[in-house]
Design a protein around this ligand. Structure first.
Ligand code: ACO
Length: 341
């Protein structure tokens, strides 16, 4: 009798432990990236814009960017996805979901994720999300929610942009800042997604990218050009105040301190914005802010996974490292997430 009771108790305990041990989120098991082959230097831009290498470098830190010549946004997404799958030793048939963040795909429908799925020969649900430069953090959080729901073995997430499709090449205040590229990661169940923080200040006054103009014969309202509009100074102010706040928030949610961080992976928009964040986050050494914007410019949703892949392949991240990813941009929006490598 006693033995039976003990067995029942043990079974309950084991069942509880089993439930508690179920991974609540994910871990990153591979990364990949891709940029177009054509590098365009600051000097190349002076041929048709009233600008200079000195102005662009000193105001933004950007030295060059990669720009599509024959590649489409989905070509970049597909190659980044293939590189991530290879890095994760994963085949497309193991993928249970593909999510993509983009604001510059060649189609509204089908989604970029569907184009990637077809090319890979994967069989799984796919969709895109649109959150401009904070897109990668939204991808990570959406992925975490799907993993928490259960039933996903592996997921492929991709940030892909061809900003050159939507930049106004006559506007020197924005054209010099952006570039094209894609980054991807493969995720599997784990407990390495620790916290996130999101803030949105909705509106189109500071950053706006209108869609294709209406061609209906009945439409009478004058529309803006379907190209990037940005008030640089307002974006700058929003970025420098929000970036450190989001980092503080995710650390506080996870019960950790700045000193516990190994790496900060910020959105690659402007070196001055990153330097300002570095001055505020004194607990993290300056050289632990991952920066590659000098080579690629601002690639919007692709910017964080592009750096992530570069640091991963260079072997800079060690297992167990604590990494915060933090972004800001159109929306206006700012977001951060904390992961254990
Ligand atoms: N070359 C030369 N001169 C230029 C250029 C250029 N490419 N662009 C602007 N200027 C001039 C301006 O006309 C202005 O001249 P003026 O004083 O005679 O009027 C002068 O340079 C100063 O311009 P500012 O806009 O005040 O320059 P600032 O120091 O603010 O730097 C910048 C501009 C780099 C855009 C900065 O404000 C910035 O980085 N903002 C944040 C942008 C960002 O991070 N965006 C990310 C989100 S984007 C998204 O989500 C899609």
């Amino acid at each position: 009798m006693t033995e039976t009771n003990l067995t029942v108790e043990n079974t309950k305990k084991e069942a509880k432990e089993c439930v508690n041990a179920r991974p609540k989120s994910f871990k990153i098991i591979g990364t990949g990236s891709c940029v177009p082959s054509r590098a365009v230097t600051n000097d190349d831009l002076t041929v048709f814009l009233d600008t200079s290498d000195e102005w662009i470098r000193s105001r933004s830190g950007i030295e060059q960017r990669h720009i599509c010549t024959t590649e489409t946004t989905s070509d970049l997404a597909i190659q980044a996805a293939r590189n991530a799958l290879e890095n994760a030793h994963t085949s497309p048939d193991e993928i249970d979901m593909i999510l993509c963040a983009t604001i510059s795909g060649e189609y509204i429908c089908p989604s970029m994720a569907c184009l990637v799925q077809r090319d890979l020969g994967a069989q799984c649900p796919c969709f895109d999300l649109s959150a401009a430069c904070t897109g990668w953090i939204y991808l990570m959080d959406t992925a975490a929610a799907f993993f928490a729901r259960g039933g996903i073995r592996k997921m492929l997430i991709i940030g892909a942009e061809a900003m050159s499709r939507i930049v106004n090449w006559h506007d020197r205040s924005t054209a010099v800042l952006f570039g094209d590229g894609a980054g991807a990661a493969v995720l599997e169940p784990g407990e390495n997604y620790l916290a996130s923080s999101f803030v949105t200040a909705g509106g189109d006054e500071v950053i706006a990218i209108p869609t294709k103009n209406v061609i209906s014969p009945w439409f009478e309202k004058k529309e803006k050009l379907p190209l990037v509009f940005m008030d640089g100074q307002e974006t700058y102010k929003f970025a420098v105040s929000n970036l450190p706040k989001r980092v503080d928030e995710v650390l506080s949610k996870a019960g950790l301190r700045e000193e516990d961080l190994d790496w900060v992976v910020p959105h690659q928009a402007n070196k001055r914005i990153i330097d300002s964040a570095s001055r505020r986050l004194k607990g993290v050494p300056e050289d632990h802010f991952c920066v590659n914007l000098q080579k690629y410019g601002n690639t919007s949703a692709a910017s964080i996974p592009l750096v992530l892949d570069e640091w991963n392949r260079a072997g800079k991240f060690r297992k167990g490292d604590l990494i915060v990813m933090v972004a800001f941009g159109g929306g206006l929006s700012s977001a951060a997430c904390l992961v254990r490598w």
